[in-house]
Design a protein. Structure first.
Length: 272
């Protein structure tokens, strides 16, 4: 059983939902990444999405684009991300970590080499933003051969047929993008998201996470009523950018928001 599956099972037995924060490796600096990961866990993170910086992030809004630019300027590449994860694992062997990347850095490294190096560093899964499920067979095989979960995005525009394909080849959890657009949008139609989650539940027994557009504790609480996981990215990364010259303020601000979301989610689910 993977760490991801074990974590969702444990949360399910407790009647709780997973809170999954995203951070860009190397932003605002290489030195702050691992302490931030530990701070997120202490604030209530159940899994962590660790972003791999890329020069052409087509799915990301301005906040995460800027984070990627800062990380690239700091010299962070895929191999460095794996080194940071390995450092995180020296203290934390329990929290699942999913690598979130565009395909180019993975292709440049090679699928088998990427999968082997990611597993050795302590990764639990990989989400490749721009790899369609119809073309994912080779990477899925490489990941699974090293015990890693291949995780896929679905969106409001994803057809029922494609949802079925993703449900068939995905592992760990399914990530539902809550809106048509890029990361950092400030609108969330919870009714339509809930309807799509219900459709997905008819196709897969995997846990279902919802991300994009979740920026407040209230939004996180609303999504936690019907999804298995809440993914939060831009709201946290924005604070990292705002406090990038003050590591103590950065950690306090990011941890504070995540802890508020954790409490709001737990209250919401308990009251349902």
């Amino acid at each position: 059983m993977s760490r991801i599956e074990a974590r969702f099972r444990a949360l399910g037995s407790q009647g709780r939902r997973a809170l999954i924060p995203y951070l860009m490796a190397g932003d605002p600096s290489r030195e702050t990444t691992v302490p931030l990961m530990h701070a997120l866990v202490a604030a209530g993170a159940d899994l962590i999405e660790l972003g791999v910086p890329f020069s052409d992030p087509m799915a990301d809004g301005p906040v995460i684009q800027a984070a990627g630019e800062r990380a690239l300027a700091n010299g962070i590449r895929l191999r460095d991300v794996l080194d940071l994860l390995q450092e995180f694992r020296r203290r934390d062997t329990d929290t699942p970590v999913v690598l979130m990347s565009y395909l180019n850095p993975i292709e440049a490294m090679g699928y088998q080499r990427f999968a082997a190096a990611s597993a050795a560093a302590g990764a639990d899964g990989a989400l490749t933003v721009d790899l369609p499920p119809e073309e994912a067979g080779d990477l899925v095989a490489a990941l699974e051969s090293h015990g890693l979960d291949p995780i896929f995005l679905t969106a409001p525009t994803t057809t029922h047929e494609r949802l079925g394909r993703i449900a068939e080849i995905g592992r760990g959890f399914v990530y539902y993008v809550s809106l048509k657009g890029v990361t950092g949008a400030d609108r969330l139609d919870t009714a339509s998201v809930q309807a799509k989650i219900a459709e997905l539940r008819g196709l897969t027994g995997l846990p279902l996470g919802v991300g994009f557009g979740i920026s407040t504790p209230e939004m996180a609480a609303a999504v936690a009523r019907f999804a298995d996981a809440v993914v939060v990215g831009s709201a946290l990364v924005k604070r990292m950018g705002e406090h990038r010259t003050d590591p103590a303020a950065l950690s306090a601000s990011v941890s504070g928001l995540l802890a508020d979301m954790r409490r709001a989610m737990d209250r919401s689910v308990a009251a349902a």
